[in-house]
Design a protein around this ligand. Structure first.
Ligand code: SAM
Length: 249
């Protein structure tokens, strides 16, 4: 049986709803979010009258930071436990809803839409990616901006760490990664309280050219690409991130 067949098509529901996802990525917190958003804010010059959407907001670390500096921000995410957590910890001007990004989420409603920390490329069927981009385009106002923070597929292919062990909160995560059929697979195994667990992440390798094509079909014009959270220029060989800024035209 191939590895792909063992993976639940809705792996992203199981994994992101699990407390273990938040334990493994606990270094990706508010401080991390602040660094990136302060740089993004200097570039975009956000202001309080704008409506901002964080698409796939998780527990709301980006939403709450932006709301804490006086911006109006909505976060949506598929994971009910994440949205419940986000609502409990919400700052003023922050609202949160459970929502699947494949379903429409607005019409001419937002000046800014964010999709951060690789919250795209999970679906097996490419049509679902296109649905999401269509929804983003429809939800943006004219000249509104979409910010996609994705990994750089070329850098990932060249620097793939095939095996690693991460210890956090008394849990030892054994992680294996490989690339198959244009997806990067991450297999996460660990034991907790005597029980064995295994989760999988599977994310599509998407080239910048592909993103440009999808965007231009949906009236989204690429205006800038950055290569890291300091917003240094993107270089396809050396940048770890591929942070794409597009404008609705
Ligand atoms: C890698 S996490 C990042 C979360 C958040 N952006 C952050 O930086 O902390 C990806 C998020 O995408 C959400 N997600 C996955 N599939 C989704 C879907 N179909 N619609 C909305 N959110 C989804 C997950 O629940 C998870 O919270």
């Amino acid at each position: 049986m191939s590895i792909q067949q063992k993976i639940s098509p809705a792996w992203y529901e199981e994994w992101f709803e699990s407390e273990y996802y938040h334990i493994l990525y606990n270094a990706r917190g508010r401080r991390d979010a602040k660094l990136f958003l302060d740089n993004l804010n200097s570039y975009l010059k956000l202001y309080s009258k704008q409506q901002i959407l964080d698409l796939a907001c998780g527990r709301g670390r980006h939403v709450n930071y932006l709301a804490s500096i006086g911006l109006s921000v909505t976060g949506i995410d598929l994971s009910a436990p994440s949205i419940i957590y986000a609502k409990k910890n919400a700052t003023n001007n922050a609202s949160f809803y459970i929502h699947d990004m494949r379903e429409p989420f607005g019409d001419n409603s937002y000046q800014i839409i964010l999709n951060l920390f690789t919250s795209f490329g999970y679906f097996e069927d490419i049509k679902d990616n296109i649905k999401v981009i269509t929804n983003i385009s429809n939800a943006l106002t004219l000249h509104g901006k979409f910010i996609l923070d994705y990994f750089n597929p070329n850098y990932l292919k060249q620097h793939l760490v095939k095996q690693e062990i991460k210890k956090t909160n008394d849990i030892t995560f054994h992680i294996k990664k490989n690339i198959q059929d244009n997806f990067v697979y991450k297999f996460i195994k660990f034991k907790d309280k005597g029980k064995d667990f295994m989760f999988t992440e599977r994310v599509m390798l998407i080239e910048l050219e592909q993103i440009k094509c999808w965007f231009s079909d949906m009236n989204l014009q690429l205006v800038e690409v950055f290569g890291n959270y300091h917003l240094d220029p993107y270089c396809s060989n050396t940048s770890q991130r591929m942070i794409v800024i597009a404008e609705k035209c």
